[in-house]
Design a protein around this ligand. Structure first.
Ligand code: PHE
Length: 354
């Protein structure tokens, strides 16, 4: 067989090998096998020297053609294989943009926090500012300055959580000796505010309070109150009523009415408990309001002069009112929650509703 035929045959073999190479590394082996230093085509070219002067040009021309043909075939197969391999790599690390995204659980305010803020907002709208006091409080602020008699039952260790008592050596503060306790209401903030600010005072004080109660449907040993106190000139019980009417309607809704019932608190005189008309029967009487048509929601009254005396307010010039409401109770009445304990159990099925 002549050299030219040999070259043609070599080209056919090479083209078959090129098209059957399955990846770029197999293809590069094929390139080396034919065009490399020790490759088949190179071998043929090396033999050129031994050819006759007649044959040499034809063989040289043919082998150049073959080389160009093979290079072209190698290049085109190479881009084919590279495209396939790129596609395979992309498929392997695939990102399916049509898949639905993963939703992150989003938290929200606890119902009690939300209602507390709503109440505070209503008062801020009336020009009140927010005050705070410690949850670990001195007996003086929690009871004595609020005109509780020395042996008032609320002071007893069966009603109040004491952090420290006189047997351990009571704390001596600017106001004298005092036991330390978990505040049983937010009213001590009244005293602290009056000690530090001159009238006019219009403040609201939200916060946690503690009582030595066993948790049941209507009691929690820890709950939330919003306290308010106003000290100014010529404040009347009418001002108190108008303020609370507005607030109750802002919280419960326009159509709701209030009822003030005489009551007693050591730190206000006169004092009242305030009821809101039942939202279920609108005052007619039903199971929710136990047939009365009314739901009790807060305590209030005109600040007792003895309290002003402790706090150093000039009673010839100033007077005022105070009130305190339980946020858990308001939440329960507003949303028909049958058991206050549900508010602190952390069951998401319940909490997610609000
Ligand atoms: N501190 C009272 C309570 O916890 C509520 C109250 C506050 C009443 C202010 C009158 C004035 O029951």
């Amino acid at each position: 067989m002549g050299v030219v035929e040999e070259l043609h045959e070599l080209r056919e073999r090479a083209l078959t090998d090129i098209s059957s190479a399955q990846d770029t590394s197999a293809l590069s082996d094929v390139r080396v096998a034919y065009l490399g230093k020790k490759g088949s085509l190179t071998g043929v070219l090396r033999g050129l020297g031994s050819l006759s002067a007649q044959e040499r040009p034809t063989v040289g021309k043919t082998s150049n053609e073959v080389r160009r043909a093979l290079e072209a075939a190698l290049d085109s197969r190479k881009s084919e294989l590279e495209a396939t391999e790129l596609q395979e790599r992309m498929d392997a690390g695939a990102l399916d943009v049509t898949l639905p995204g993963r939703r992150r659980a989003q938290g929200h305010q606890h119902l009690i926090q939300r209602i507390t803020r709503e109440i505070v907002e209503v008062f801020v709208g009336l020009g009140y500012t927010v005050a705070e006091g410690p949850e670990v409080e001195m007996e003086y602020y929690n009871f004595t300055a609020l005109n509780h008699t020395p042996h008032h039952p609320a002071r007893s260790a069966s009603d109040t959580f004491y952090v420290r008592d006189r047997s351990e050596g009571a704390v001596v503060s600017a106001t004298g000796q005092s036991d330390v306790l978990l505040r049983t209401h937010t009213s001590p903030v009244q005293i602290r505010t009056m000690e530090e600010n001159d009238p006019p005072i219009y403040i609201i004080a939200p916060g946690r309070v503690y009582r030595r109660d066993i948790a049941d449907p209507s009691h929690l040993p820890m709950f939330t109150q919003v306290e308010g106190i106003v000290v100014d000139e010529n404040i009347t019980f009418g001002d108190l009523k108008g303020t609370l009417d507005h607030v109750v309607q802002a919280i419960f809704g326009e159509g709701r009415r209030t009822r003030f019932r005489p009551h007693f608190f050591p730190f206000t005189e006169p004092s009242a408990e305030v009821d809101v008309s039942c939202g279920i029967c609108d005052g007619a009487g039903c199971r929710f309001c136990q047939g009365t048509g009314w739901l009790e929601i807060l305590g209030c009254g005109m600040v007792d002069p003895n309290v002003f005396g402790h706090a150093g307010v000039d009673t010839d010039r100033f007077n005022g009112f105070a009130f305190g409401m339980g946020v858990e109770r308001i939440a329960a009445l507003k949303y028909g929650i049958p058991d206050l304990r549900m508010l602190v159990e952390g069951d998401m099925r319940f909490l997610r509703q609000f």
